[in-house]
Design a protein around this ligand. Sequence first.
Ligand SMILES: Cc1cc2nc3c(=O)[nH]c(=O)nc-3n(C[C@H](O)[C@H](O)[C@H](O)COP(=O)(O)OP(=O)(O)OC[C@H]3O[C@@H](n4cnc5c(N)ncnc54)[C@H](O)[C@@H]3O)c2cc1C
Length: 272
Amino acid sequence: MKPAPFDYVRPQSVAEASAALAAEGGAKLIAGGQSLGPMLNLRLVQPRLLVDVAGLDALHALEATADALRIGAGITAANIEDQRIDTSAVPLLQKVAAGIAYRAVRNRGTMGGSLAHADPAADWVNLLPALDARYELADAKGTRTVPAADFMTAAFETVLAPDEVLQTIIVPKLSRSARHGYSKISRKTGKFAMAIGIVVSDPDRNVFRALIGATHGKPILIPDAREIFSPAMTLDETRAGALLSEHGVAEPAARQLHLTALRRAAAEAFQT
Ligand SMILES: Cc1cc2nc3c(=O)[nH]c(=O)nc-3n(C[C@H](O)[C@H](O)[C@H](O)COP(=O)(O)OP(=O)(O)OC[C@H]3O[C@@H](n4cnc5c(N)ncnc54)[C@H](O)[C@@H]3O)c2cc1C
């Protein structure tokens, strides 16, 4: 199947991209096309206009401030995997980038495209709230910043307004003593996750967060992971199970996968 006909523009700036979205109801941004391409081909979406943001410099910048990395939303997973931009202040970024899909997808798929698509099983969608990241959203008038934890509202739904562009992902730098684990359970290497467990402990910054991801909705963020881990870092299955129940994860096999992913993430963080 082929896409329904559409017009195509390449704006010169983020403000121009936003103006193009505002001017044409049903217009859509395209970055790497790795999610949108198949949806166009299957005619799951039929935008009248595609606004191509892949070439915008503003979406390809990486800036390191004293306490954060500011990552342009157009940066691809392969750029991070190969460290063509230096994200070593947050080592999980490179590890996670390298485990997304396979190389052809990582060459084109951008962090911003993945976040805006908001597939609950996607890696960036789960990692960035666990890192307490923030997203800078831009329209023709200016920018606003939202915490990653508030960006996705449900599966494939976000707070992005129809004319907003996700411009920058702001990720707090970790201290040298920080420990972290990321466990993705999937049927085959490179496939979407069936369960994701994340643990980030950074005592110097008073951070101990965990996240249960690849559920059917928003990731389950646990801002204070002492809620589910004992001081010896043993997972309290009753409490973690209660959280899964609260979020509607009832199927026993799925619950076991999520608990296993969390246990593995904690082991990676604290036993290495
Ligand atoms: C075979 C295959 C396997 C995959 N496996 C995995 C996997 O294991 N893990 C994983 O995490 N992902 C996986 N993916 C998904 C892939 O990572 C995403 O498709 C990709 O990152 C999306 O980025 P993109 O730049 O291609 O977005 P696009 O497809 O161009 O756009 C996706 C959506 O985001 C919007 N958008 C794009 N850029 C912006 C922006 N800057 N601001 C606002 N909205 C924007 C578009 O309008 C569209 O709605 C897989 C994809 C394929 C095809």
